[in-house]
Design a protein around this ligand. Sequence first.
Ligand code: CCH
Length: 289
Amino acid sequence: SASETTGVFVPKQEDYQKVYNEIAALLQDKDDYDDGSYGPVLVRLAWHASGTYDKETGTGGSNGATMRFQPEGDHGANAGLVTARDFLAPVKAKFPWITYSDLWILAGICAIQEMQGPTIPYRPGRMDKDIAACTPDGRLPDASQGNKHLRGIFGRMGFNDQEIVALSGAHALGRCHTDRSGFDGPWTFSPTVVTNEYYKLLLNEKWNWKKWNGPKQYEDKTTKTLMMLPTDMALVSDKAFKQWVDKYAKDEALFFKDFAAVITKLFELGVPFDETTQQTPMTLKPTAN
Ligand code: CCH
């Protein structure tokens, strides 16, 4: 085999499972963060690594991990993601054979699965690129915008309306931080569990503009503790988007199935997998079951 003749370490599924288990154990141990978990910020790291993809030029995407470098790491949209990269530093030190770009996506998958989300198939094979591959600022969505902006940004990555709505369900997780995006608060009451609550709340709550000095965002009328961004509300004001919000609010199993498919597509945008050796996706086992 290649490893015997060249002496190069060729990781197998069991090796990726070890990395997965290490991240899962860290998630368990380091519970003094935000709502008790680094899971949401790990999902955001994987998304922002991937969401720079431009289908026309084939640039950006998770293959490269160029957010390690200053121009891209300092883009406004990436504020706070250094927290996620630092969280993973000891994992990279323990398993130096894994590329940063494969590690960030593996961590996103691990976080989703450990937060009781669907199983996400994993394919390694990403290579880290140097600073020259950093993408220009402005490729990630701007939360103050509406439906046209969403279709423009996600269309550039190659996503349709249904996929945009399915991806947005990730906002069941985590929160906004005033010192990162300027926005404030969580979208749901269970920000460390993958659910279809985001869609249910979009439809069933009454949302008012929050009265504050910060950027324009919505708050729920009932408790005033939850939030929606202008881009979130575009999913219910736009009829074509809303059809999918309705479907996912009614049927969590459908959301899980579509979310797994679309996040897999997102995480693999622009990744040139090796046809001969690493084509078969692997299922990494969650720790809970
Ligand atoms: Fe998001 N997101 N996101 N988002 N996001 C923020 C936080 C998270 C937008 C804006 C924001 C996706 C799509 C969009 C997560 C996953 C996804 C924040 C707060 C803003 C602003 C950042 C802060 O202050 O810390 C906009 C705009 C869009 C699209 O229109 C997609 C797609 C995904 C994943 C599939 C997750 C998770 C968080 C929580 C992070 C945390 O630290 O808790």
